[in-house]
Design a protein around this ligand. Sequence first.
Ligand code: IPD
Ligand code: CA
Ligand code: CA
Length: 270
Amino acid sequence: MEIYKFAQETILEAGKFIRQRMTEEFNIDSKQNPNDLVTDVDKETEVFLNNRIEERYPDHKIVGEEGHGRDITNTEGVLWIVDPIDGTLNFVHQMENFAISIGIYIDGKPYAGLILDVMKDDLYHAAFEHGAYKNDQLLPDIDESHLQSSLISTNTNWVIRDGIKTPFIEVVRNARSTRSLGSAALEFVNVARGTSSAALFYRLHPWDFAGGAIILNEVGGLTTTLIGDDLRLLDTNSIIAANKTIHGEITKHFIKDELFIQNHKKFHRL
Ligand code: IPD
Ligand code: CA
Ligand code: CA
């Protein structure tokens, strides 16, 4: 549990670093398109985390969203998967509702997940088979729920996208209502806290889901692709994070849609 304890201390320090850094000026650039933003704070926080981890554990591997560990192609050893700021658009536009997310895997198996809601300074964390916590408070197992009486979260971009939208529309129509927070890591947290019953994404990167999947598993939730397959840890995946009952109800809509299946296969190079 030494690595787990160190990870908790380190993510809290990184949160402090971000809150301090936000009081100073920083640059905002775009990456793959004008709405895909990255700031100096994303990059500096990744460096901050890498330096801490490498100093303490020189033999551990680190994959970070802002470029660290791009050459890593296997999951042998201790692997840290880090998103220095998950919810950069919220960081830029709202100055809240963003997180640091860390997933630690040993030989490809879940070891610990940590998500820090930076502005609230609330740390959600879990070690595999040791329960999930909000700060020092144990989170209870989540309730099972049916789609028709549940709040679910998804990004409307997927619901209007030709070629994949049919099952998304069916799911949204059958749910009580939808929400969209804008930080995948915090959407995982909401499912783990039971304030949302399912979170759906057409594409997430490893750093978006690596921490959340471990935390959710500890409260009895399930994370798979939208068609119910296991996640590939070093690749993009479609994702459903949910309680087990609603997970079955939702994935049915995706599995039966031939057009969705074809496009999903192409998009994720399956
Ligand atoms: C993004 C957020 C967002 C999700 C995107 C992610 P970023 O992460 O988690 O909620 O819909 O797919 O890329 O870029 O802010 O770290
Ligand atoms: Ca992210
Ligand atoms: Ca990010």
